[in-house]
Design a protein around this ligand. Structure first.
Ligand SMILES: Cc1ncc(COP(=O)(O)O)c(C=O)c1O
Length: 353
Protein backbone atom coordinates (compact mmCIF):
# COMPACT_ATOMS: atom_id res chain seq x y z
CA UNK A 1 0.00 0.00 0.00
CA UNK A 2 1.19 3.47 -0.83
CA UNK A 3 2.55 5.37 2.15
CA UNK A 4 2.73 9.14 2.15
CA UNK A 5 5.30 10.05 -0.48
CA UNK A 6 6.80 13.52 -0.58
CA UNK A 7 6.78 13.87 -4.39
CA UNK A 8 9.05 16.91 -4.17
CA UNK A 9 11.76 14.91 -2.38
CA UNK A 10 11.97 12.09 -4.91
CA UNK A 11 15.11 11.73 -7.00
CA UNK A 12 16.25 9.05 -9.48
CA UNK A 13 16.21 6.28 -6.88
CA UNK A 14 14.00 3.24 -6.45
CA UNK A 15 10.88 3.81 -4.38
CA UNK A 16 8.88 0.67 -3.79
CA UNK A 17 5.49 0.39 -5.52
CA UNK A 18 2.80 -2.26 -5.02
CA UNK A 19 3.09 -4.39 -8.14
CA UNK A 20 5.55 -5.65 -10.68
CA UNK A 21 4.30 -7.14 -13.94
CA UNK A 22 5.78 -10.32 -15.31
CA UNK A 23 5.47 -12.48 -18.41
CA UNK A 24 7.38 -15.65 -19.31
CA UNK A 25 8.55 -17.04 -22.59
CA UNK A 26 8.92 -20.82 -22.71
CA UNK A 27 10.12 -22.68 -25.82
CA UNK A 28 9.65 -19.51 -27.85
CA UNK A 29 6.02 -18.96 -26.76
CA UNK A 30 5.07 -15.89 -24.73
CA UNK A 31 2.49 -16.15 -21.92
CA UNK A 32 0.16 -13.31 -20.94
CA UNK A 33 1.56 -10.66 -18.56
CA UNK A 34 0.27 -10.68 -14.98
CA UNK A 35 0.71 -8.43 -11.94
CA UNK A 36 2.21 -9.66 -8.69
CA UNK A 37 3.28 -8.14 -5.38
CA UNK A 38 6.31 -10.46 -5.28
CA UNK A 39 9.40 -8.31 -5.90
CA UNK A 40 11.82 -11.23 -6.03
CA UNK A 41 12.49 -13.73 -8.78
CA UNK A 42 13.57 -17.32 -8.51
CA UNK A 43 16.38 -17.96 -10.93
CA UNK A 44 18.20 -21.22 -11.55
CA UNK A 45 21.84 -20.92 -10.44
CA UNK A 46 22.94 -21.82 -13.99
CA UNK A 47 20.58 -19.36 -15.72
CA UNK A 48 22.35 -17.73 -18.67
CA UNK A 49 21.00 -14.35 -17.58
CA UNK A 50 22.95 -14.73 -14.35
CA UNK A 51 26.11 -16.30 -15.73
CA UNK A 52 26.62 -14.64 -19.09
CA UNK A 53 24.74 -11.39 -18.75
CA UNK A 54 22.04 -12.46 -21.22
CA UNK A 55 19.82 -9.60 -20.15
CA UNK A 56 18.46 -6.41 -21.72
CA UNK A 57 16.30 -3.60 -20.38
CA UNK A 58 14.40 -0.42 -21.18
CA UNK A 59 13.33 2.84 -19.52
CA UNK A 60 10.23 4.96 -20.14
CA UNK A 61 7.87 7.26 -18.28
CA UNK A 62 4.19 7.97 -17.65
CA UNK A 63 3.18 11.60 -17.15
CA UNK A 64 0.16 13.10 -15.40
CA UNK A 65 -0.79 15.88 -17.80
CA UNK A 66 -1.92 19.44 -17.23
CA UNK A 67 -5.41 18.19 -18.23
CA UNK A 68 -5.28 15.40 -15.60
CA UNK A 69 -4.93 12.67 -18.26
CA UNK A 70 -2.23 10.02 -18.11
CA UNK A 71 0.22 9.72 -21.00
CA UNK A 72 2.86 7.17 -21.93
CA UNK A 73 5.55 8.62 -24.21
CA UNK A 74 6.60 6.67 -27.33
CA UNK A 75 6.14 3.30 -25.63
CA UNK A 76 6.19 1.40 -28.95
CA UNK A 77 9.67 2.75 -29.65
CA UNK A 78 10.83 1.23 -26.36
CA UNK A 79 9.20 -2.07 -27.36
CA UNK A 80 11.07 -1.98 -30.69
CA UNK A 81 14.36 -1.09 -29.06
CA UNK A 82 13.94 -3.94 -26.55
CA UNK A 83 13.32 -6.31 -29.47
CA UNK A 84 16.49 -5.02 -31.18
CA UNK A 85 18.51 -5.52 -27.97
CA UNK A 86 16.98 -8.98 -27.39
CA UNK A 87 17.80 -10.10 -30.93
CA UNK A 88 21.37 -8.92 -30.35
CA UNK A 89 21.70 -11.32 -27.43
CA UNK A 90 19.79 -14.13 -29.19
CA UNK A 91 16.75 -13.87 -26.90
CA UNK A 92 13.10 -14.16 -27.95
CA UNK A 93 11.80 -10.56 -27.97
CA UNK A 94 8.45 -9.90 -26.33
CA UNK A 95 5.90 -9.03 -29.06
CA UNK A 96 5.29 -5.28 -29.27
CA UNK A 97 1.65 -5.55 -28.14
CA UNK A 98 2.60 -7.77 -25.19
CA UNK A 99 5.30 -5.30 -24.12
CA UNK A 100 2.79 -2.41 -24.28
CA UNK A 101 0.14 -4.42 -22.42
CA UNK A 102 2.67 -5.16 -19.65
CA UNK A 103 3.50 -1.44 -19.29
CA UNK A 104 -0.20 -0.41 -19.23
CA UNK A 105 -0.87 -3.07 -16.58
CA UNK A 106 2.09 -1.87 -14.46
CA UNK A 107 0.73 1.68 -14.78
CA UNK A 108 -2.86 0.81 -13.85
CA UNK A 109 -1.84 -1.39 -10.89
CA UNK A 110 0.49 1.30 -9.51
CA UNK A 111 -1.59 4.34 -10.44
CA UNK A 112 -1.44 5.66 -6.84
CA UNK A 113 2.28 6.18 -7.42
CA UNK A 114 1.85 8.41 -10.46
CA UNK A 115 2.92 11.82 -9.12
CA UNK A 116 0.63 14.85 -9.45
CA UNK A 117 1.16 17.15 -12.42
CA UNK A 118 2.49 20.16 -10.51
CA UNK A 119 5.40 18.22 -8.98
CA UNK A 120 7.19 17.54 -12.29
CA UNK A 121 7.77 14.01 -10.97
CA UNK A 122 6.83 10.98 -13.10
CA UNK A 123 6.23 7.26 -12.91
CA UNK A 124 9.24 5.49 -14.44
CA UNK A 125 9.09 1.98 -15.88
CA UNK A 126 12.08 -0.31 -16.05
CA UNK A 127 11.21 -3.35 -18.20
CA UNK A 128 13.87 -6.05 -17.84
CA UNK A 129 14.24 -9.12 -20.02
CA UNK A 130 16.35 -11.86 -18.45
CA UNK A 131 17.28 -15.30 -19.83
CA UNK A 132 16.15 -18.00 -17.42
CA UNK A 133 17.23 -21.24 -19.18
CA UNK A 134 20.04 -23.13 -17.49
CA UNK A 135 23.13 -23.91 -19.46
CA UNK A 136 26.71 -24.24 -18.28
CA UNK A 137 28.43 -24.03 -21.67
CA UNK A 138 28.81 -20.57 -23.16
CA UNK A 139 25.61 -20.67 -25.20
CA UNK A 140 22.41 -18.61 -25.24
CA UNK A 141 19.39 -19.74 -23.22
CA UNK A 142 16.04 -19.69 -25.05
CA UNK A 143 13.58 -19.11 -22.19
CA UNK A 144 13.23 -15.71 -20.64
CA UNK A 145 11.16 -13.54 -18.36
CA UNK A 146 9.95 -9.98 -18.87
CA UNK A 147 9.67 -8.03 -15.62
CA UNK A 148 8.29 -4.49 -15.48
CA UNK A 149 9.30 -2.53 -12.40
CA UNK A 150 7.49 0.78 -11.78
CA UNK A 151 8.87 3.49 -9.51
CA UNK A 152 8.06 7.19 -9.05
CA UNK A 153 11.01 9.47 -9.76
CA UNK A 154 11.47 13.14 -9.01
CA UNK A 155 11.71 16.05 -11.42
CA UNK A 156 15.21 16.02 -12.96
CA UNK A 157 15.47 19.79 -12.49
CA UNK A 158 13.50 20.43 -9.29
CA UNK A 159 14.71 24.03 -9.07
CA UNK A 160 16.12 25.79 -12.08
CA UNK A 161 16.98 24.21 -15.43
CA UNK A 162 20.76 24.24 -15.02
CA UNK A 163 24.08 23.17 -16.57
CA UNK A 164 26.41 20.27 -15.69
CA UNK A 165 30.17 19.95 -16.37
CA UNK A 166 31.58 16.96 -18.30
CA UNK A 167 35.03 15.43 -18.61
CA UNK A 168 36.29 13.67 -21.76
CA UNK A 169 37.11 9.97 -21.20
CA UNK A 170 39.72 8.32 -23.47
CA UNK A 171 41.11 5.57 -21.23
CA UNK A 172 38.06 3.49 -20.36
CA UNK A 173 35.63 2.37 -23.07
CA UNK A 174 31.92 1.85 -22.64
CA UNK A 175 31.24 -0.34 -25.68
CA UNK A 176 33.16 -1.56 -28.72
CA UNK A 177 32.37 -0.15 -32.18
CA UNK A 178 31.17 -3.56 -33.39
CA UNK A 179 29.94 -4.70 -30.00
CA UNK A 180 26.89 -4.21 -27.80
CA UNK A 181 26.66 -0.39 -27.72
CA UNK A 182 23.41 -0.05 -29.70
CA UNK A 183 21.67 -2.57 -27.45
CA UNK A 184 20.47 -1.70 -23.98
CA UNK A 185 22.28 -4.54 -22.21
CA UNK A 186 23.20 -4.38 -18.53
CA UNK A 187 26.84 -5.17 -19.32
CA UNK A 188 27.31 -1.79 -21.04
CA UNK A 189 26.34 -0.05 -17.82
CA UNK A 190 28.47 -2.22 -15.55
CA UNK A 191 31.44 -1.52 -17.80
CA UNK A 192 30.81 2.23 -17.58
CA UNK A 193 30.83 2.36 -13.75
CA UNK A 194 34.60 2.86 -13.43
CA UNK A 195 34.67 5.83 -15.79
CA UNK A 196 31.53 7.51 -14.46
CA UNK A 197 32.57 7.12 -10.81
CA UNK A 198 36.05 8.51 -11.61
CA UNK A 199 34.41 11.50 -13.37
CA UNK A 200 32.08 12.12 -10.40
CA UNK A 201 35.04 12.01 -8.01
CA UNK A 202 36.49 14.95 -9.98
CA UNK A 203 33.21 16.86 -10.02
CA UNK A 204 32.18 15.98 -13.59
CA UNK A 205 29.92 13.71 -15.59
CA UNK A 206 31.58 11.42 -18.10
CA UNK A 207 31.77 12.02 -21.86
CA UNK A 208 32.76 8.78 -23.60
CA UNK A 209 34.77 8.87 -26.82
CA UNK A 210 34.71 6.19 -29.52
CA UNK A 211 36.58 3.06 -28.45
CA UNK A 212 38.57 2.73 -31.69
CA UNK A 213 40.26 6.14 -32.07
CA UNK A 214 39.15 8.10 -28.98
CA UNK A 215 38.87 11.16 -31.26
CA UNK A 216 35.09 11.33 -31.56
CA UNK A 217 32.33 12.00 -29.03
CA UNK A 218 30.25 8.89 -28.38
CA UNK A 219 27.88 9.41 -25.45
CA UNK A 220 27.39 11.40 -22.26
CA UNK A 221 27.22 8.84 -19.42
CA UNK A 222 23.83 7.21 -20.10
CA UNK A 223 22.57 9.85 -22.53
CA UNK A 224 23.18 10.97 -26.12
CA UNK A 225 25.14 14.12 -26.95
CA UNK A 226 23.70 17.18 -28.74
CA UNK A 227 25.61 20.25 -29.89
CA UNK A 228 24.10 23.45 -31.30
CA UNK A 229 26.07 25.47 -33.83
CA UNK A 230 25.17 28.90 -35.11
CA UNK A 231 25.60 28.71 -38.87
CA UNK A 232 24.88 32.36 -39.58
CA UNK A 233 28.53 33.40 -40.00
CA UNK A 234 28.94 30.75 -42.72
CA UNK A 235 25.69 31.36 -44.60
CA UNK A 236 25.69 33.65 -47.63
CA UNK A 237 23.62 36.72 -46.86
CA UNK A 238 20.78 37.45 -49.25
CA UNK A 239 18.90 40.65 -49.10
CA UNK A 240 15.81 40.57 -46.91
CA UNK A 241 16.62 37.09 -45.59
CA UNK A 242 17.44 36.23 -42.05
CA UNK A 243 20.96 34.82 -41.81
CA UNK A 244 20.41 33.09 -38.56
CA UNK A 245 20.26 29.33 -38.80
CA UNK A 246 21.22 26.75 -36.26
CA UNK A 247 22.59 23.29 -36.71
CA UNK A 248 21.64 20.46 -34.37
CA UNK A 249 24.63 18.11 -34.26
CA UNK A 250 24.57 14.64 -32.77
CA UNK A 251 27.06 11.75 -33.09
CA UNK A 252 26.77 8.97 -35.60
CA UNK A 253 28.33 5.95 -33.94
CA UNK A 254 27.87 2.19 -34.01
CA UNK A 255 28.51 2.04 -30.25
CA UNK A 256 25.80 4.30 -28.82
CA UNK A 257 22.21 3.70 -27.81
CA UNK A 258 19.68 5.10 -30.32
CA UNK A 259 17.98 7.52 -27.93
CA UNK A 260 14.23 7.97 -28.35
CA UNK A 261 14.50 11.45 -26.79
CA UNK A 262 17.19 12.42 -29.30
CA UNK A 263 15.03 11.14 -32.16
CA UNK A 264 12.10 13.25 -30.88
CA UNK A 265 14.28 16.34 -30.43
CA UNK A 266 15.70 15.96 -33.96
CA UNK A 267 12.14 15.99 -35.32
CA UNK A 268 11.28 19.12 -33.30
CA UNK A 269 14.55 20.80 -34.32
CA UNK A 270 13.77 20.23 -38.02
CA UNK A 271 10.29 21.66 -37.50
CA UNK A 272 11.88 24.73 -35.91
CA UNK A 273 13.90 25.23 -39.09
CA UNK A 274 17.20 23.87 -37.83
CA UNK A 275 19.60 21.85 -39.89
CA UNK A 276 19.95 18.43 -38.25
CA UNK A 277 23.25 16.61 -38.77
CA UNK A 278 24.23 13.19 -37.51
CA UNK A 279 27.91 12.46 -38.09
CA UNK A 280 31.21 11.71 -36.37
CA UNK A 281 31.99 14.70 -34.12
CA UNK A 282 35.58 15.35 -33.09
CA UNK A 283 36.07 16.45 -29.47
CA UNK A 284 37.78 19.67 -30.71
CA UNK A 285 34.59 20.64 -32.54
CA UNK A 286 33.11 21.53 -29.15
CA UNK A 287 34.91 24.84 -29.67
CA UNK A 288 32.60 25.65 -32.64
CA UNK A 289 29.37 24.98 -30.72
CA UNK A 290 27.40 27.60 -28.84
CA UNK A 291 25.36 25.11 -26.80
CA UNK A 292 25.77 21.47 -25.79
CA UNK A 293 23.72 18.95 -23.82
CA UNK A 294 23.08 15.37 -22.86
CA UNK A 295 19.62 14.02 -23.73
CA UNK A 296 17.56 11.06 -22.57
CA UNK A 297 14.34 9.94 -20.91
CA UNK A 298 15.50 10.90 -17.40
CA UNK A 299 16.33 14.54 -18.12
CA UNK A 300 14.93 15.24 -21.63
CA UNK A 301 17.80 17.72 -22.03
CA UNK A 302 20.60 18.30 -19.52
CA UNK A 303 22.60 21.33 -20.69
CA UNK A 304 26.39 21.17 -20.48
CA UNK A 305 28.15 24.14 -18.90
CA UNK A 306 31.72 23.15 -19.76
CA UNK A 307 33.71 20.16 -20.99
CA UNK A 308 37.22 19.48 -19.72
CA UNK A 309 39.60 17.45 -21.89
CA UNK A 310 42.31 16.26 -19.45
CA UNK A 311 44.53 14.73 -22.17
CA UNK A 312 44.82 18.09 -23.92
CA UNK A 313 44.34 20.17 -20.76
CA UNK A 314 41.68 22.13 -22.60
CA UNK A 315 38.38 23.52 -21.30
CA UNK A 316 35.40 24.15 -23.59
CA UNK A 317 33.02 26.70 -22.08
CA UNK A 318 29.29 26.97 -22.81
CA UNK A 319 28.33 29.31 -19.98
CA UNK A 320 26.54 28.88 -16.66
CA UNK A 321 23.04 29.17 -18.08
CA UNK A 322 21.29 26.87 -20.56
CA UNK A 323 21.31 28.39 -24.05
CA UNK A 324 18.15 29.60 -25.84
CA UNK A 325 17.96 26.87 -28.48
CA UNK A 326 18.23 23.94 -26.09
CA UNK A 327 15.83 25.65 -23.68
CA UNK A 328 13.29 26.00 -26.49
CA UNK A 329 13.67 22.34 -27.48
CA UNK A 330 13.43 21.22 -23.85
CA UNK A 331 10.14 23.04 -23.30
CA UNK A 332 8.74 21.96 -26.67
CA UNK A 333 9.19 18.27 -25.84
CA UNK A 334 8.02 18.57 -22.24
CA UNK A 335 4.91 20.45 -23.38
CA UNK A 336 3.98 17.47 -25.55
CA UNK A 337 4.67 14.96 -22.76
CA UNK A 338 2.50 16.89 -20.28
CA UNK A 339 -0.33 17.54 -22.77
CA UNK A 340 0.26 21.30 -22.87
CA UNK A 341 0.99 21.27 -26.61
CA UNK A 342 -0.70 19.38 -29.41
CA UNK A 343 0.83 15.95 -29.98
CA UNK A 344 1.01 16.25 -33.76
CA UNK A 345 3.26 13.18 -34.11
CA UNK A 346 1.11 10.80 -32.08
CA UNK A 347 3.95 10.24 -29.62
CA UNK A 348 1.76 9.96 -26.52
CA UNK A 349 -0.69 7.23 -25.68
CA UNK A 350 -3.43 8.50 -23.37
CA UNK A 351 -4.25 5.63 -21.01
CA UNK A 352 -7.73 5.34 -19.58
CA UNK A 353 -7.34 4.35 -15.96
C1 LIG B 1 23.55 4.71 -22.87
C2 LIG B 1 22.33 5.52 -23.09
N1 LIG B 1 22.32 6.41 -24.08
C3 LIG B 1 21.24 7.18 -24.33
C4 LIG B 1 20.09 7.07 -23.56
C5 LIG B 1 18.90 7.91 -23.87
O1 LIG B 1 17.91 7.13 -24.49
P1 LIG B 1 16.39 7.50 -24.34
O2 LIG B 1 16.22 8.87 -24.88
O3 LIG B 1 15.67 6.49 -25.18
O4 LIG B 1 16.07 7.43 -22.90
C6 LIG B 1 20.06 6.15 -22.51
C7 LIG B 1 18.86 5.99 -21.69
O5 LIG B 1 18.08 5.11 -21.94
C8 LIG B 1 21.19 5.36 -22.27
O6 LIG B 1 21.20 4.48 -21.28
Amino acid sequence: MKQNIDWNKLSFHYTETDYVVRASCKDGVWQQPYATTDKTITLHVAATGLQYGQQVFEGLKAFRGADGRVRLFRMRENARRMAHSAEGLLMTPPPEDLFCEAIRLALRKNIDYLPPYETGATLYFRPILVATSHEISVAPGKDCELIVVATPIGAYFPGKFHCTPFIVERHIDRAAPQGTGTWKVGGNYGSSFRATEAAHAQGYDCMFTDAKTHRYIDECSAANFIGIRDLSPTLPSREGESRSQYEYLTPRSTAILPSITNDSLMTLAREMGMKVTRRHIRVEELADMQEAAACGTACVISPIGRVYDPDKDRMYQFGDKPGPILTKLYHALKDIQYGRAEDTHGWCEVVEI
